[in-house]
Design a protein around this ligand. Structure first.
Ligand code: OOB
Length: 548
């Protein structure tokens, strides 16, 4: 079935090319869990707290969840927003939606009103599957706030908590279970789900991924990372993020018949104890998390002897920290440079140490086309830094509803916004970003989005959000505020929270001024702003040293 808003995701000649090369197959996510259960049924699929499920049990839970969703009226082609923490509920929800041919729209637990209302409006989602209290925040209250803002909003389904006025994910016991609804047969090249972008302009953009393209990246990732039935993967990062889901992530581990151990607690003591108790072989972190683990390793009594690989990605991992992974944790490091839009690069197990610590890896596919261009769009000399553009068998050609068409060239290359250089071996080194975008330890913040919220405050004339270098997170955000009557910082924070801004997007620091440095044509000079900020920070530093 073709939906109005679901035109072909790739041009016909490329569909043929990727099929002929064997990258794209007839496999779909509707069959995924059935197919791995056929191969690995009695193996342990998922562990979370006291819960342990085999593939067969996960499949049974998925099928009853599919029946529940069908009874609630969810069907083929429907969009359903999934905002769940790292629990088996996430897996059975997503696989149940795939079973029905419905399309998950992935959201992070950190998303708030701004993101959720955007996702709902962009997809006309029929349902939002969320939870109760999680990390001190009540997602039911968030659902209420969202529904208050949207007329004819989605049905809200609550997993793992008291549903209050909403619909429980599990029907009450007394309800007679009917037959499992038939499994959908989607076309492999069609839309399977929407991922969210790391976000460089405004709220996260929605990324249409097909069964064929995503499964190719999952299978190849699992192969490159050497996953198999003995793999025991600890999932610490949010499960719905593209890294955690597919690089090789939860889907890669399940594809290989391994075991996925889910946790929502990234603290080193909890993580190290889980690695020890569950005989974890692989886990993944963003750089700030990996750095805490490195720092606190000596203080925690746990054996990490089963741990073979620590994957680090999402933001630049400084080479100095990268070099400490093997000595401190006793495992290999794998760097992962990826994006929800597609392209994923890995350092390989056979790569020499300087490549593993000093680069962000090379692409998955021989058909990942890489262009490194200067500001005028000419190829830079080999080894020089430039704008990374890419096209390939698992990189999108457009966003959902054609948002931001400028992010793609006429011949279908995606402009990543990253500045990279390439070694003769094909490995890429990420040098920075070309867009106004702050990478706060892997969480991407759009300067423009936060600025727009700040400017909405009646006492704020203008605002600019800039990155401040930070030892721990890589970057933190500083709001530079222009005002003749500056409101107190606490009031600005309250204002942003009331507007529904996610916590990680709240500025870490505020500076007040009466005017901006401008460029020649009168635009705010972010360069000059960063310089001013650096000066201010230096002064703070000096003050700190001279005053007792
Ligand atoms: C991953 O995906 P997104 O969509 O949240 O963010 C993508 C952006 C990249 O364009 C780049 O700016 C940055 O995140 N990034 C890195 C990096 N990995 C991602 N920058 C430097 N070094 C790295 N290793 O973040 C993502 C998706 C799949 C796998 C891994 C990460």
């Amino acid at each position: 079935m073709h939906h109005d808003d679901d035109p072909a995701l790739y041009p016909t000649e490329f569909v043929r090319r990727y099929r002929d090369a064997g990258y794209w197959t007839d496999d779909t996510f509707a069959d995924f869990l059935v197919s791995v259960t056929d191969r690995h049924g009695d193996r342990e699929a998922v562990v979370c707290g006291g819960t342990r499920m085999t593939y067969r049990e996960l499949l049974a839970a998925t099928e009853s969840t599919a029946r529940r969703f069908a009874q609630l009226g969810i069907g083929y082609g429907d969009f359903v927003i999934v905002q769940l923490p790292n629990t088996p509920d996430f897996l059975r929800t997503v696989f149940a939606l795939f079973h029905l041919g419905a399309r998950p729209v992935f959201s992070l637990p950190a998303h708030r009103r701004v993101e959720l209302t955007h996702f709902i409006r962009e997809t006309r989602a029929v349902a939002l599957v969320t939870t109760g209290r999680h990390q001190g925040f009540d997602h039911r209250q968030l659902a209420r706030d969202v529904l208050a803002e949207i007329s004819d909003g989605p049905m809200v389904i609550i997993a793992g908590a008291e549903p209050e006025e909403f619909v429980p994910l599990d029907a009450a016991d007394h309800q007679e279970p009917g037959p499992v609804p038939p499994r959908a047969h989607p076309v492999p090249e069609e839309l399977a789900f929407l991922q969210m972008s790391g976000g460089s302009t405004g709220v996260p953009k929605l990324i249409p991924r097909s069964h064929a393209d995503y499964l190719y990246s999952v299978r190849e990732s699992a192969r490159i990372c050497g996953l198999g039935p003995d793999t025991r993967m600890l999932v610490v990062l949010p499960v719905s993020h593209n890294f955690t889901m597919s690089s090789p992530g939860v889907l890669g581990a399940l594809w290989a018949g391994g075991t996925v151990v889910l946790t929502g607690d990234p603290t080193p003591s909890s993580v190290f104890r889980l690695i020890d108790a569950e005989h974890i072989t692989i886990t993944a972190a963003v750089p700030p998390l990996a750095m805490t683990w490195l720092t606190l390793r000596p203080r925690i009594d746990a054996s990490l002897r089963t741990l073979e690989v620590l994957q680090v990605g999402g933001a630049k991992f400084p080479p100095e920290a990268a070099a400490r992974v093997t000595p401190v944790l006793g495992c290999r490091l794998q760097q992962v440079f990826g994006m929800a839009e597609g392209l994923v690069n890995y350092t390989r197990p056979e790569d020499p140490e300087d490549i593993v610590t000093g680069t962000q890896g090379r692409p998955i596919s021989p058909d990942d086309e890489i262009l490194i261009l200067d500001d005028e769009g000419r190829k830079v000399p080999e080894g020089e830094p430039g704008h990374l553009l890419t096209r390939g068998p698992y990189t999108i050609r457009r966003y959902h509803h054609d948002a931001d068409p400028g992010a793609f060239t006429d011949d279908g290359f995606y402009r990543t916004g990253d500045i990279v250089r390439r070694l003769p071996t094909g490995h890429l080194i990420v040098e920075g970003r070309d867009k106004d975008h702050i990478n706060r330890g892997g969480e991407k913040i759009s300067a423009e989005e936060v600025e727009n919220h700040l400017i909405a405050h009646p006492d704020i004339t203008d605002a600019a959000l800039v990155a401040v270098p930070d030892e721990y997170l890589g970057e933190r955000s500083c709001a530079w505020i222009i005002s003749t009557n500056p409101p107190p910082v606490s009031e600005i924070r309250e204002f942003l929270i009331r507007r529904g801004l996610a916590g990680y997007k709240l500025p870490d620091r505020y500076e007040f001024d009466t005017g901006f440095p401008l460029t020649g044509v009168g635009k705010i000079s972010r360069k000059a702003l960063r310089r001013r900020l650096a000066d201010t920070l230096n002064q703070d530093h000096t003050t700190g040293e001279t005053e007792p």
